[in-house]
Write a protein that binds this ligand. Structure first.
Ligand code: GLA
Length: 379
């Protein structure tokens, strides 16, 4: 979406020009899945798909928001009384972030907002975090609020946790706010320490959307989180970040098999994330390849968040890449996307194998996006 079209549409709806256009990207996670709410490590990149918000101030304590991608539906609410509305889908994200922003930084008096985006929804590429961060960026920029990327991410997460009802971690909002062009970001979800590291020129980020719509995401997601917390409690640690495999084996007899496997995924995934991010820095693709493959197996067998069409995509792409690249499911799970780090000269072969085999095997059509890592909204 170019800013000119957005401005013209804004003019049409609100009879004025927008004061600014804010943008926040979606993300792809290269490795470190479900580790964020266990205070562990994640290694995502912001991608060149995102949400745009054109915005102008209002002085009457009202937010009016128009969603271009939902038939120009409009929602209006007063800043003095922001409620969750069961009959609203997308608008609850706006209500949620505006409510937590108002509590944290009350110095603003309303806005007209026009929103559009191109992050595939329900695909595990964080369309909602990108939406939240774009709204926070727009309002904070309009009113020069002292909001930085980390604070914005924490507010976005708070809105999801307390308003929308998903117990998500901090990864999606933080990468959308703080990603760097051409770089992936190692995030320590305990200290919120960030280390950016360049992606190799030799490889491309290829995202394959299985187009299996994620079902039961919130309930299964929240259940995984509870199981991890149960594991941590039995281990006697504040989070699974503090545990290692020796401790887990010692306490195995005191936990259910399910909780054991959930904890095993988190403990081993943290290790793999650190190894893969270190390896990528020095161009050791073979180690990255192994870590991504093991991550997928762990999500499939121990964390149980993959579905058959996703496993199939990983298998056929792995046959093409071998140890020259890596492939795994990315995101919360139960459908969504696979991410591959593919040598540039193998991108076409990846596309081809998906075109040749995926539909015939599964009955789903895949979409493929060759992505670049982009700048976060507050970076
Ligand atoms: C979703 C959540 C994130 C993270 C991932 C899984 O995207 O929003 O916080 O937990 O799932 O890694």
């Amino acid at each position: 979406m170019d800013n000119q079209t957005l401005s013209a549409t804004f003019q049409q709806f609100y009879g004025e020009s927008p004061a600014l256009v804010a943008h926040a990207p979606g993300r792809v996670n290269l490795i470190g899945e479900h580790t964020d709410y266990n205070e562990g490590f994640v290694f995502p990149a912001a991608i060149n798909f995102g949400t745009w918000v054109a915005a102008a101030k209002r002085s009457d304590d009202v937010i009016n928001v128009t969603a271009m991608d939902y038939d120009n539906q409009q929602n209006e609410f007063a800043l003095t009384d922001i409620q969750y509305d069961e009959n609203q889908g997308w608008a609850n994200y706006v209500r949620g972030v505006v409510k937590v922003l108002k509590e944290a930084m009350p110095d603003f008096s309303g806005a007209n907002l026009l929103v559009t985006g191109n992050v595939p929804q329900g695909a595990g590429l964080s369309s909602s975090a990108s939406f939240e961060i774009a709204i926070l960026k727009a309002i904070s920029a309009l009113y020069a609020l002292p909001l930085d990327g980390v604070k914005a991410a924490l507010l976005g997460q708070k809105a999801e946790n307390t308003f929308v009802g998903c117990s998500c971690g901090i990864m999606d909002q933080l990468i959308s706010a703080m990603g760097n062009e051409g770089q992936a970001m190692l995030l320590d979800c305990q200290s919120l320490d960030i280390q950016h590291s360049p992606l190799p020129d030799s490889h491309q980020i290829v995202i394959i959307n299985s187009n299996v719509k994620r079902g039961l995401v919130d309930s299964e997601y929240n259940l995984r989180r509870e199981q991890c917390e149960e594991g941590a409690a039995i281990l006697g640690v504040s989070s699974l970040r503090e545990a290692n495999m020796t401790m887990l084996e010692e306490t195995k007899s005191r936990m259910s098999d399910v909780v054991y496997r959930r904890a095993k995924h988190i403990i081993t995934e943290n290790q793999r994330t650190l190894e893969a991010s270190e390896a990528l820095k020095v161009g050791d693709i073979q180690t990255v390849s192994t870590a991504m493959a093991q991550s997928h197996v762990s999500m499939r067998d121990d964390f149980e968040i993959t579905v058959r069409p996703i496993d199939y995509l990983v298998e056929i792409i792995d046959e093409v890449l071998g140890n020259t690249g890596g492939v795994r499911m990315t995101g919360g799970g139960f459908g969504g996307c696979v991410v591959a780090l593919a040598p540039t000269d193998k991108v076409d072969a990846v596309k081809q194998v998906v075109a040749d085999k995926y539909f015939d095997e599964t009955g789903y059509q895949a979409d493929i996006y060759v992505c670049t890592a982009t700048q976060g909204a507050f970076a």
